[in-house]
Design a protein around this ligand. Structure first.
Ligand code: LMR
Length: 332
């Protein structure tokens, strides 16, 4: 009898270990790997997350932040996340096509009118449901983090869509972005973020698209003679974790982390809105790139050239999601 009880006790302990192989009674370490510098909306968000965890969960949870692709680039980080080698990452939604096709919605050119419309959608019931799109693959979306509207640059002025013809543009790994540049007869090249500056500097590529924050922090403006205020697309991140890891956390800790994520997400929006203004000003003041503003009719030409791309992807991203974004556009 005694033996049986011991055996049962040992089995229960073993099962407990098996059911919760990742989180233990020891300090929980959360490695957060990302690709931008610390002086960006995402970089600041990661540091704020670490600070709040230190303050509220110090001794129980420790966050280690690895910025600037120090640990992983965005392709590798998602593999590492699934192996639980890192526990948090925040790649652009454009980089998840292996895990969900639905997040391609965010890449549709000229879909979102402004960051406010983007926030309106991500806060909506549809937007929140979409955050779970990669869960089947083990990737849990914890929140959307804003960066902002993308601008386009090259070494000559991009005023009409014809100006992009034949140029090689770096894109993130997204088929929508590929189609977007093919729609203006340009040559899109998928490339890691960390390689863009050198590729521009050495002429391996002619141009790029990104937000003011990334154009400034990665110094793209120093190697691009002309930058157009195109606001043709958005850069939005998914703050993601390994679903199994997150679910294995003690409930009280998980709830506190969820609360911290919520608070940081609100702050990241503010960091991003501020960066869009300040970083554009810094780039303009540098005098290293000519900044071009489009007239309404010039902008309309880009819209007409790029918007047909939607038809190729609307089944994949959901016409209902597109309609929900349009409702947000109307309100903002
Ligand atoms: C890019 O690759 O251009 C961006 O996704 C980088 C980033 O994380 O902002």
């Amino acid at each position: 009898m005694k033996k049986d009880i011991k055996l049962i006790a040992a089995t229960v302990v073993a099962m407990g270990l098996l059911a919760s192989p990742i989180a233990s009674a020891k300090e929980i370490v959360i490695k957060f790997s990302h690709v931008t510098t610390e002086a960006t909306p995402k970089g600041k968000g990661a540091m704020l997350f670490k600070k709040l965890v230190d303050e509220r969960l110090g001794g129980k949870v420790r966050v280690e932040v690895y910025p600037s692709s120090q640990l992983y680039g965005d392709k590798a980080v998602l593999k590492a996340l699934l192996l639980n080698d890192v526990q948090l990452a925040a790649p652009s939604l454009s980089k998840f096509s292996k895990y969900t096709k639905q997040w391609a919605l965010f890449d549709l050119p000229f879909l979102f009118k402004n960051p406010q419309a983007l926030n309106c959608f991500t806060d909506s019931t549809k937007g929140q449901a979409l955050l779970g799109a990669a869960e089947r693959k083990g990737i849990k979306g914890l929140g959307y983090w804003l960066n902002g509207m993308k601008q386009i640059s090259a070494n000559h002025a991009l005023i009409n869509p014809e100006d992009a013809k034949g140029l090689k543009f770096r894109i993130m790994s997204s088929d929508v972005l590929k189609a977007q540049f093919e729609a203006v007869d340009a040559n899109p090249q998928k490339m890691a973020f960390s390689e863009v500056y050198n590729a521009l500097a050495t002429g391996v590529i002619d141009g790029q698209e990104n937000t003011w924050s990334n154009i400034r922090s990665k110094k793209f403006f120093e190697v691009q003679k002309d930058t157009t205020i195109s606001n043709h697309g958005v850069l939005e991140y998914a703050l993601v974790t390994n679903k199994r890891f997150w679910n294995s956390l003690p409930t009280d800790i998980r709830m506190q982390l969820d609360q911290i994520v919520k608070e940081v997400t609100v702050q990241v929006t503010q960091f991003a809105l501020d960066a869009a203004v300040k970083d554009m000003q810094t780039v303009a003041d540098s005098g290293k790139t000519n900044i071009h503003t489009l007239t309404d009719s010039q902008k309309q030409q880009w819209v007409s050239a790029m918007k047909p791309v939607w038809a190729q992807f609307e089944d994949q991203v959901g016409k209902d999601n597109i309609a929900a974004v349009q409702q947000c556009n109307a309100k903002n």
